[in-house]
Design a protein around this ligand. Structure first.
Ligand code: BDR
Ligand code: CA
Length: 311
């Protein structure tokens, strides 16, 4: 299996990414760090513990990382994910403990202990990963690749031009991109191909397990946020695409292009600029996702919910 660290801010779609990462035998989930993003870091850490508990997973450490971005104020995504960060279902007390380490140190220790380079899947603001590279620059050699949900080859969601995760910490995103570590980017242009349509929701509901019911409750709340904020008929399930791509690279078509992060624009701060047509004379520096194989993706995601629900 592929050794993986998940850096996340659950968050409804993060919650399903956690389920996919623990269900599929192709992945060896070594650790979960959380970051402030969709909600405060205390809430995202609690939510990660809730999801691992529900999935019946013990022994994967969960730690809370950075509580604010490298620069600028913290802006949370409560208008999408609610007061708890995971509004919808009622959760019991999780029986997965909070690791006392800082999330960044959990990532560092996990990399140090791993027998081979590890893939980091980052599905929240990139503050933890950037802080890791500042504090422990030698760790870059222990990271095989960073798969990121963030940005877009088109426009934004949190602002007209910027996607939430990158807008939340553009300096961090720029540092991670500039680190020289291989990166693959799943942006809104891809995740808007993963809409939780009524037939997808029906397939999950038909699994009939308590876990499937929680997923339906999560996705129903998430769907109403998307309906109210952006008028979407069905919400896009962004984050799990990163994990699905690791499990089965055929899920995602990507191109190798020049990519930059806008940090200065007064109206475009946090935008990702992908030079898809080679207009800028930029050295290709990133793998940028373009097309999602929807059927493969949903089969993996729904299969994971099914597997875990029967355990
Ligand atoms: C990203 O922002 C968050 O709301 C989601 O969890 C996802 O990571 C989508 O823009
Ligand atoms: Ca997220």
């Amino acid at each position: 299996p592929i050794p993986m660290i998940l850096d996340c801010d659950p968050g409804h779609d993060d919650a399903l990414a956690i389920l996919l990462a623990v269900a599929d035998p192709a992945i060896d989930l070594l650790a979960v760090a959380t970051v402030a993003g969709n909600q405060t870091v205390a809430k995202t850490a609690l939510n990660a513990r809730r999801m691992l508990s529900l999935a019946g997973v013990r022994g994967v450490p969960v730690a809370a990382g950075c509580d604010h971005p490298l620069a600028g104020p913290l802006e949370i995504g409560d208008y999408v994910h609610g007061e708890s960060g995971l509004d919808g279902p009622v959760f019991g007390e999780p029986d997965v403990p909070l690791d006392p380490r800082h999330g960044v140190e959990l990532i560092h220790d996990t990399l140090a202990d791993a027998a081979e380079p590890v893939t980091i899947v980052a599905i929240g603001p990139l503050t933890n990963v950037a802080t890791l590279l500042r504090r422990h620059p030698d760790d870059r050699d222990r990271i095989r690749e960073i798969v990121i949900m963030g940005g877009s080859t088109e426009r934004g969601n949190h602002t007209p031009y910027a996607e939430f995760n990158i807008h939340a910490d553009p300096e961090a995103a720029a540092e991670v991109l500039g680190s020289g570590i291989p990166t693959t980017w799943v942006g809104l242009n891809v995740s808007h191909q993963a809409l939780v349509t009524a037939d997808v929701l029906d397939r999950i509901a038909a699994l009939g397990t308590p876990l499937a019911r929680v997923c339906v409750e999560l996705l129903t709340f998430f769907g109403s946020s998307y309906q109210q904020t952006w008028g979407f008929e069905a919400p896009p399930l962004h984050d799990p695409i990163t994990v699905a791509y690791l499990i089965d690279p055929a899920v995602l078509t990507h191109v190798r292009v020049g990519l930059r992060i806008e940090v200065d624009g007064p109206y475009t701060r946090g935008a990702t600029v992908a030079d898809l047509h080679g207009r800028m004379d930029w050295e290709p520096n990133a793998n940028v996702g373009t097309v999602l194989d929807r059927d493969r993706f949903w089969d993996l995601m729904i299969g994971a919910i099914d597997t875990l629900g029967r355990r």
